[in-house]
Design a protein around this ligand. Structure first.
Ligand code: C2E
Ligand code: CA
Ligand code: CA
Length: 622
């Protein structure tokens, strides 16, 4: 067994720990909700905040813990505090540090451990937030690690408030022994201030926000929480620099402060994340209207130096008592709503619904199953034909992923893609799609359709790992495909989220002759401006417009304008979701190049596709 390392900072660490008033190892009640949520969120029987003393450890809060050996030598958390981020032990029996640890071999029967160090403001690790199971877990994902870190931040905030309280108690005259080492009332005031105010904007900080939400809910009083996240703020920082980025955040803070009333609270709770607590608000409709007005206020141009900056933001709303009475849960609900708002698009407002909790749980469950799906090869590609509008011939197909689930049958991407793309397997599956679709296209080009073009949807994750441009070129070469046989489909979200990386990769591929299609065109808001700077070859007009061309004059004129503009930019066009003859005729008249939709064929398996279009094996039979 490996004993935890004691770092040179140990004396400073123990001194820092003593400032939190755990001398008689008392529990800290404000940490109870954190461990409860940790246990529930990850489905683990045990969660604890463990403080590390000089030779033994003790719980500041815990749930599900029986009798445990509390010596520092055997403690997992004592190892975790020497790590910068999450210490993950999927199976302790397979870990050389722990396989013969008494907590593993004895009655405690510890198998899985994940712990995050809890830091003092000076960066000294006081203890760790951990979750523990007597079962191994090999599927604890990076996303799970992030969530655990978020909870650890909450725990750290609560510890920090505790430290301030202890400092205040100790400085009161009757128990004061050595006045010099305790803060003066003025210093104490300053300490309190620092612990509750965001230094950059002067708004309340995260700790103050949580505390205030708790106070209101304990009363209990109705309240609406709004989580507001600036869209693509990283790009703003990257292009304008941090000084201007900070100025923008300060301006937004001022605007938010002006919008909240007395008894309400505006806070900055993360780099580009703000939160509002609005008391007395019970109606989701009214909250939504207000949130929309707030987003409009945020979207007003900001003048910093000589720049005119346009910002958009997304907002998630949760209401108490309608959604929950528990403060941490309410914050979590508003966060889930924000997550959803961001997924729907930019500049959106979304009100929490209980189904979001189910979705989050489903994401976790699917997360587990997805590993199996990858291992066992349960994904398949379907192909949907693309048709030339000038002569009705087939030009190629879009590859669309399906999950052949052993119990639930063929699943559409809407069911599992959010879990897949939010998890660690996105790039692996992306590579598989690329290879599989290219192999299929190469086969069809050799057997009856020599000019066949394959469309492949990319996900953001594929740009984050390795070198996508090289991977694509190597895949084409491996299957003997020319670059024009491939068209990569990207959406506005992919482009806006990782601007510089994506742009570089697409430029290289476009220069080599690979087609780049802008997917779902017309649904976003930055689409027009993007056309100028992006190396595109085609735009795919979103189905929502096609749906309206026959009934809505407005949609019809938008479609005409898009087609016009595409011609000006020298781009090919394809209309998605064509279901009716009349839509087809209209698009032909407007000189749209190609179309795709149920009218010509739904997405189908490769053998079905061959039968329907007389290529491949079907052609050999014919
Ligand atoms: P998308 O790229 O916009 O794909 C078109 C979607 O519209 C497909 O849904 C297709 O089945 C559907 N569709 C096609 N024609 C019609 C029509 O005439 N009427 C109607 N109502 N719908 C039509 P699907 O296959 O469920 O895919 C949904 C989305 O999932 C795709 O939207 C794409 O964003 C994503 N996706 C699918 N396959 C992949 C993949 O292999 N990789 C990645 N990264 N994303 C994928
Ligand atoms: Ca697509
Ligand atoms: Ca599309």
């Amino acid at each position: 067994m490996k004993c935890p390392v004691i770092l040179p900072s140990e004396p400073a660490r123990l001194k820092a720990l003593s400032a939190y008033g755990f001398d008689d190892e008392q529990l800290l009640q404000s940490l109870d909700p954190v461990v409860r949520i940790a246990s529930r969120m990850f489905g683990m029987p045990v969660a604890a905040v463990n403080m590390i003393g000089s030779d033994h450890v003790f719980f500041a809060a815990s749930t599900g813990v029986g009798h445990v050996d509390m010596r520092r030598d055997v403690s997992f958390c004592a190892h975790a505090i020497n790590q910068a981020d999450v210490m993950l032990v999927p199976d302790a029996t397979l870990d050389e540090r722990f396989h013969d640890n008494p907590l593993v071999t004895g009655d405690t029967n510890l198998r899985f451990y994940a712990g995050v160090p809890l830091m003092s403001p000076e960066g000294l690790a006081l203890g760790a937030l951990c979750i523990i199971d007597d079962q191994p877990h090999h599927d604890f994902s990076p996303e799970d690690c992030k969530r655990l870190q978020e909870l650890a931040k909450m725990a750290s905030d609560r510890l920090e408030l505790r430290r301030i309280e202890v400092a205040a108690e100790r400085s009161t005259p009757q128990i004061q022994e050595d006045a010099s080492s305790f803060p003066t009332p003025h210093e104490e005031q300053e300490l309190r201030q620092q612990a509750s105010v965001d230094g950059l904007t002067g708004l309340a900080n995260r700790a103050k926000f949580y505390r205030q939400v708790e106070d209101v809910l304990i009363r209990p009083a109705p309240v609406a929480l709004m989580m507001i996240d600036i869209d693509g703020f990283k790009d703003v920082n990257d292009t304008l620099g941090h000084t201007l980025g900070d100025a923008i955040l300060r301006e937004l803070a001022t605007r938010l402060q002006q919008l909240v009333g007395e008894g309400d609270l505006a806070a900055r709770i993360g780099g580009d994340e703000f939160a509002l607590m609005l008391t007395g608000m019970t109606d989701a409709g009214a909250a939504t209207q207000l949130a929309e007005a707030i987003l409009v206020a945020i979207a007003r141009p900001i003048k910093v130096d000589s720049h005119q900056v346009h910002i958009s933001a997304s907002c998630g709303i949760a209401l108490a008592p309608a959604h929950t009475q528990e403060a941490l849960e309410l914050v979590g609900d508003a966060d889930l709503a924000l997550f959803k708002a961001k997924r729907v698009g930019r500049g959106r407002v979304y009100v929490f619904t209980p189904s979001l909790r189910m979705e989050a749980m489903a994401r976790r469950l699917y997360g587990l199953e997805l590993h199996r799906a990858v291992d066992k090869g349960e994904f398949v590609l379907f192909y949907q034909p693309q048709i030339s509008l000038s002569d009705g011939s087939i030009t190629g197909a879009e590859a669309l992923i399906r999950w052949h689930h052993p119990e639930r049958g063929i699943l559409a991407p809407a069911v599992f893609l959010p879990a897949l793309e939010g998890g660690p397997l996105a790039a692996t599956v992306g590579s598989w799609i690329l290879n599989e679709a290219c192999a299929q296209a190469a086969y069809w080009r050799r057997s009856g359709a020599p000019r066949f073009r394959i469309g492949i949807n990319l996900s953001g994750a594929q740009f984050q790992v390795g070198d996508l441009a090289t991977e694509v070129m190597e895949t084409l070469a491996r299957h003997g495909l020319p670059p024009e046989a491939l068209e990569l489909e990207v959406t506005e979200n992919i482009v806006l989220d990782n601007d510089d990386i994506v742009l570089g990769v697409l430029r290289r591929l476009h220069a080599q002759g690979v087609g780049i299609a802008f997917d779902d065109f017309g649904t976003g808001y930055a689409s027009l401006s993007l056309l100028k700077s992006y190396p595109l070859s085609r735009i795919k007009m979103d189905q929502s417009f096609v749906r309206g061309i026959l009934t809505s004059k407005r949609d019809a004129s938008v479609v005409r304008a898009i087609l016009d503009m595409a011609r000006n930019f020298d781009l090919e066009t394809i209309a998605e979701g064509v279901e009716y003859e009349a839509e087809y005729n209209y698009l032909r008249r407007e000189h749209c190049d190609e179309a795709q939709g149920f009218l010509f064929g739904k997405p189908m398996s490769a053998p079905q596709f061959e039968l329907m279009f007389g290529i491949g094996r079907a052609k050999a039979i014919a």
